[in-house]
Design a protein around this ligand. Structure first.
Ligand code: OAD
Length: 237
């Protein structure tokens, strides 16, 4: 009988940092170089769509060459070996969880491997550069394509499914996220209310660290595989 039946894992930019992808709020992070209002809001896109296309085209290039690191693989290993349910909810738009073989996964802030057509709501796969001149492969209209990324002021994807999983989980693990952005930053409180054990795995204490029952701080490539190993060993006893 596993100690935990239903596990929810929340991941953020810190998980992919050692794959070479910049985080947002670290000293050399993305928000030190860009104003989020320009590149991550619907208003910014309306003001200067070229800048927004360029920003996400660049991130798609960086993401295209990045490879999953041992922390991504450890989470996939946990998904395969753990006898109960595991849902990974990522705030990351990179597709490194998929590249590592993860299965039950929600991209709550969208992903860089698809685009969004505001004319027909389709989210077709896309790996090249995105621009205003492109036609949607689903409806054929031009001018409505944007990155399939949830911006500030927009509702993250699949919130009903995430809320149901958190309300039912008995273990909640948060990895590589600063706890700055809601609703994700509020998941730990929901998991506590549900009676779940809560664990933070992060380089340093996050803004919501005090909400977690257990905290381990260090590099994701070290602390995530170690945590997964310990959990699986404990469950095998
Ligand atoms: P942040 O940049 O806010 O936080 C990253 C966290 O990862 C920080 O707490 C770092 O200390 C930690 N970290 C850095 N390197 C690490 C490593 N090697 N191992 C473990 N932890 C490490 O990124 P997120 O919390 O993911 O949203 O940001 C949340 C959302 O804010 C993003 O999805 C994005 C952003 O604005 C949108 O763009 C809508």
């Amino acid at each position: 009988m596993p100690r935990y039946d239903k596990i929810v894992i929340l991941t953020g930019a810190g998980l992919s940092a050692e794959s070479g992808l910049a985080t947002f709020r670290d000293e050399d992070g993305i928000w030190a170089r860009y104003d989020y209002r320009d590149v991550a809001t619907p208003e910014g896109f309306e003001r200067n769509p070229s800048l927004v296309y360029e920003f996400y085209n660049m991130r798609r290039h960086d993401g295209g060459t990045a490879r999953p690191n041992p922390a991504h693989y450890a989470l996939t290993h946990l998904q395969r070996k753990h006898p109960g349910e595991i849902l990974i909810v990522t705030q990351n738009i990179d597709i490194l969880h998929e590249a590592a073989g993860a299965t039950n996964l929600i991209h709550m802030h969208g992903d860089m491997a698809t685009m969004l057509c505001t004319n027909c709501d389709a989210r077709p796969p896309w790996i090249g550069d995105l621009s205003a001149e492109l036609a949607c492969p689903e409806c054929g209209l031009t001018g409505g394509l944007r990155p399939n990324v949830v911006w500030f002021g927009e509702m993250p994807y699949e919130m009903d499914r995430i809320a149901a999983a958190i309300a039912a989980c008995d273990l909640f693990i948060s990895i590589g996220t600063s706890g700055n952005v809601y609703p994700a930053a509020g998941f730990v409180a929901g998991a506590r209310d549900a009676g779940a054990h809560t664990v933070e795995l992060n380089l340093e204490p996050s803004d919501t660290a005090s909400y977690f029952a257990e905290r381990r701080h260090g590099k994701a490539t070290e602390i995530v595989p170690a945590y997964v190993d310990a959990l699986l060993k404990e469950e095998a006893r």
